[in-house]
Design a protein around this ligand. Structure first.
Ligand code: NDP
Length: 341
């Protein structure tokens, strides 16, 4: 069967495309311009007619996906702005919300074969910065970022503008489903990943052009942007991009997953853990890496403010094991090295 992947040239999406093709699906990817199609076509050349790329110039335009949804059996909607350099919250919110609703609307009108739509949301739509350590679940919604953006507008933290866009986009998807229950022939699955790290296979000509989450990974491990004394205190939760791609495949395959959001997370990290893994990997010389205090990220005294209950994804999707920090770090560093970075 055929799957539509929006924003197919993105860091996560291109892994989703790869996993789908490997599993025998036909894939139609959308990108914003012809120049962004080239790398995809080269990378997946061996799949011949099973891989196609179509141009959707502006995902906020009404009917933008009308043509793209025709003849596909499932949709993975990943396209959404994830950068940290815009003043106006609308620059995040409009493409996030209108893009998501646009996909759903086009699927309602022209997606006669569509059975499942998967939306790549984020833990950004779930987490709030808690006063003390807290474990979040699919029942939680990020009200904090929305409130800050409502109150402060352009002066809100840029990360919260992004988080608000993800929250509003996901909420609008669930509202759409609710309002159109009677007329839709498909169901919705939402995936909520935390920070995504792992090898880069999308088109990134220089480290300065790398996507937001991998920029932090690269800059922390190889550019020493973080104070060494902070490496064991700064962290969050994370998932390897290859696990997230697998979750996207399972999300269209598991019948019983419908009408659910799923947190998919490999667990907590402190940056020190990835630094330690980088030393262990032996890909770059010691002198190229920060040191910090080896092992201190795993010390009993270390607290993780945010963690997630991932039991629902384990139970329903079968996401019960995750790639380790060691494997992720080694594979990323080998890739950076090959690129001469
Ligand atoms: P990338 O920046 O690598 O990819 C984003 C994709 O969305 C690209 O195809 C990009 O197109 C497209 N896009 C961005 N803004 C617009 C816009 N205004 N109009 C149309 N298309 C747009 O990011 P990721 O792969 O990291 O992110 C993919 C999805 O995963 C997003 O929904 C993101 O919110 C979510 N996510 C990411 C996490 C992470 O840590 N990376 C964590 C949790 C969720 P173009 O290349 O043309 O700009």
């Amino acid at each position: 069967s055929k799957v539509l992947v929006t924003g197919a040239n993105g860091y996560i999406a291109i892994w989703v495309v790869r996993r789908l093709l490997e599993k025998g699906y036909s894939v139609r990817g959308t990108v914003r311009s012809e120049s962004k199609a080239e790398h995809l076509r080269q990378l997946f050349n061996e799949y011949g007619g099973k891989h196609e790329v179509v141009i959707v110039e502006d995902i906020t335009k009404e009917g933008a996906f009308d043509e793209a949804v025709k003849g596909v059996d499932a949709i993975e909607h990943t396209a959404s702005p994830f950068h940290l350099h815009a003043d106006d919250p609308k620059e995040f919110i409009e493409p996030a919300v209108k893009g998501t609703l646009g996909v759903l609307q086009s699927a309602l009108k022209y997606g006669t074969d569509v059975k499942r739509i998967v939306v790549t949301s984020s833990c950004a739509a779930i987490l709030e910065i808690p006063p003390s350590p807290r474990k979040f679940s699919e029942l939680d919604w990020n009200q904090q970022a929305l409130k800050e953006v409502e109150e402060k507008g352009r002066d809100a933290l840029v990360m919260n503008k992004y988080r608000a866009s993800k929250t509003l986009a996901e909420k609008s998807a669930w509202e759409f489903i609710d309002e159109n229950k009677a007329s839709i022939g498909w169901d919705l699955v939402v995936l909520n990943p935390p920070y995504v790290f792992g090898p880069v296979i999308h088109h990134v000509p220089s480290p300065e052009q790398i996507n937001t989450s991998m920029a932090e990974f690269y800059n922390t491990l190889l550019k020493g942007v973080k104070e060494e004394s902070q490496l064991a205190s700064l962290g969050n939760c994370w998932i390897d991009v290859r696990d997230l791609a697998l979750a996207h495949v399972l999300a269209i395959e598991k019948e019983q997953a419908g009408v659910n959001r799923f947190i998919v997370s490999g667990g907590t990290f402190k940056w020190q853990d990835f630094v330690d893994a980088a030393h262990k990997a032996g890909v770059y010389p010691e002198s190229a890496l920060p040191k910090g205090v080896p092992g201190s990220g795993y010390a009993a005294s270390v607290t993780h403010l945010i963690d997630y209950d991932t039991s629902k994804a384990a139970r329903v999707l079968g996401m019960d094991k995750y790639i380790s920090k060691e494997e992720c770090t080694r594979d990323c560093l080998e890739d950076f090295k090959k690129r001469g970075w």
